[in-house]
Design a protein around this ligand. Sequence first.
Ligand code: FDA
Length: 503
Amino acid sequence: TSTSAGFEQGFLQCFQAILGNNTTSEVTFSKSSSSYEPLLNSSIRNARFLSSSVPKPNVIVTPQSLFHIQVALLCSKKNNLEVRVRSGGHDYEGLSYVSHVPFLIIDLVNLRSIEINMDEESAWVQSGATVGELYYAIAQKSKVHGFPAGSCSTMGVGGHFSGGGFGTIFRKYGLASDNVIDAQIIDVNGKILNRTLMGEDLFWAIRGGGGSSFGVITAWKIKLVHVPSTVTVFDVSRSLDQGATDLFHKWQTVAPKLPAELFLHNVVGVSNSASQGGKTVVVYFTGLYLGTAENLLPLMQNNFSELGLQHNNFSQMTWIQSVLHFAGYSIDESLEVLLRRNQTSSSFKAKSDYVKEPIPLVGLEGLWNMLLSENSPLLIFTPYGGKMSEISESETPFPHRKGNLYGIQYSVNLVSNEEAPKHLDWMRRLYEYMTPYVSKLPRQSYLNYRDLDLGVNQGKLNYENAKSWGLKYFKNNFEKLTQVKARVDPGNFFRDEQSIPPL
Ligand code: FDA
């Protein structure tokens, strides 16, 4: 529309006046540019938001320096364009690149340097780097250092660390955000702040409270962790007629109590196999042990002999090979695959829960029946305990610590726009079904598994309304997040459907 062209023109003129024609044409892309669409789609990780009916940004800016970000903020303010910041684009609801008002994306794809300081065992990582690039960079320097972030190698550290970030060694070392020791952020006034300058309250807020309410986080300083030179991985699956239900039932109490070096999660799906007499639920148990197979065997035999693991179920490898394994690659692939930023994506809807008491057998049987009524459900059950129980709920905004046995991620493939309503309805019925078995008052959810069903900011800011998702993601930390927001961005410039309102 002419109005939206007006926003765009105003922004580009402002940008040009400060940075000149050359820079403007190198780092800004409007709808008429042939690079606009490939750039926009390059890091959309939920194909649901590729559709032409989804609103698109007026302009995409790919800053090459912090100054470009400062100018983009200034010019978007002047021209009333909302700003969305994108690092890896993995947001489940597309909040880093979709908005229903005229908006611009600041895409940090060009700001992804990683500087490792082995003497300090630390690193500065720019927000546009992926976790795969970070793991790769660490592996280039050391075979016995790692970092406790998530498994999917294409996630951006900007969004992932600001929402928490867990992976296969989090029971030993905590979340990615628990291992951040400094950060760099550009605030609403365009000021570049480090930990000392931003203050401890803002530094607290961005380590689990999400970045999108507070500013543009441009880099994190992290502490590297020690990993042994040999780790051990195993994968075994059991269908219902192979005793999956009893094994899952037992897993619920065993996995959260295992030594912190041992991560044993499970993925539950539905398989259609003639040899198993048609459709069945399958539980895939997958583990990572920070140690050798020889030490793992007695641990599994003493704690979970029912799983029947033998030496031949175990594969020893280096930690970085385990990263390849959990990212879905063969461990013999070259490490360069971790540098790939492109990944095919499906159209999905996901939700999350936390469980504090084991689900009884009857509850599991009902859950399996729900799964069997859907084509491609996938549930991931992540055991907590270990280090996660030692960190207090208020240490960072991420509150899901002691007392949680495990977290659940439910996801379903929406297949196509036409079929989506049917699968979305199934997902909501599943969430309803789980109510008696999961955390209550509040029912907890993981911010990084963004779920707009929990509520959205509408019209005038409403603190009571925002509590509906705020308490689920942050429990009692929500209140403090609204206070930090009021201090650093009282005019609510940085906002989205689930941003923190200023108190
Ligand atoms: P994206 O760029 O979409 O940003 C997410 C949010 O953060 C948006 O609100 C965005 O505006 C904001 N943001 C991003 N960069 C910012 C910056 N520099 N400054 C301020 N705000 C910023 N999680 C997990 O803990 N463990 C896991 O193993 C996985 N695995 C996984 C697999 C797959 C395939 C997907 C799609 C997602 C996951 N996740 C996950 C969830 C993941 O942690 C979550 O989607 C992160 O927010 C992704 O961060 P990105 O930077 O990629 O997202």
